[in-house]
Design a protein around this ligand. Structure first.
Ligand code: GLN
Length: 189
């Protein structure tokens, strides 16, 4: 299985490392031709304004096959959202693949970054989640399935072949969220 990691900006190396440790082949995706033969794609966290403009400039935004499983973390989640709240530039929330409304930097200055245990719907053990200037899902449609919560806020959600995560699962040794992406969205398809 070949999983792509969008490698234009942000924490792409950590995602790639985690996938490799799980036994996946990994390709750094920077251009449209890198999409050929991929089983799935991760859009990492970083700065959503930068990621959005690179996705557009490299023509990747329009070239992503609709059925390709995509896992967006943090800024990547912002890319997947149907609608953005708060300050944002035109073009963020670019891909509109999930029926979620997302507020950028929703946790406020004093708590811009923090760690917390979140509950995963499919596993009883808590997941230690790292939130870095995290976005928040403020609303979601009926086709969106929430897979993890933090204080009654959804922090991991799925719609069809798309998975969105408000925190940074690549910054911990725990691979359960990546495993979910690979096993449930890529392999189960
Ligand atoms: N706050 C960032 C943004 O809106 C996202 C932060 C992150 O990806 N860690 O782009």
């Amino acid at each position: 299985m070949l999983v792509g990691v969008l490698s234009v900006q942000g924490s792409f190396m950590e995602h790639a490392q985690l996938l490799r440790e799980m036994g996946c082949r990994v390709r750094a995706v920077k251009a449209v031709e890198d999409l050929q033969g991929l089983s799935g794609l991760i859009i990492p966290g970083g700065e959503s304004t930068t990621i959005a403009s690179l996705l557009k400039r490299n023509k990747l935004a329009g070239a992503l096959p609709p059925q390709l499983p995509i896992f967006g973390t943090c800024a990547g989640m912002i890319m997947l959202a149907r609608r953005l709240l708060g300050r944002h530039k035109e073009g963020q929330g670019l891909l509109k693949r999930m029926d979620i409304e997302v507020e950028r930097n929703a946790y406020g200055r004093q708590r811009e970054s923090f760690e917390a245990d979140v509950e995963l719907s499919w596993d009883a053990r808590p997941f230690r989640a790292v939130f870095i200037r995290a976005p928040r899902i403020v609303k979601h449609g009926p086709d969106v399935k929430v897979l993890a919560w933090h204080k009654a806020t959804p922090v991991l959600a799925r719609q069809g072949s798309n998975l969105a995560c408000a925190f940074h699962p690549e910054l911990t040794e725990d691979d359960r969220v990546h495993r979910y992406f690979v096993e449930e969205l890529i392999c189960a398809d």
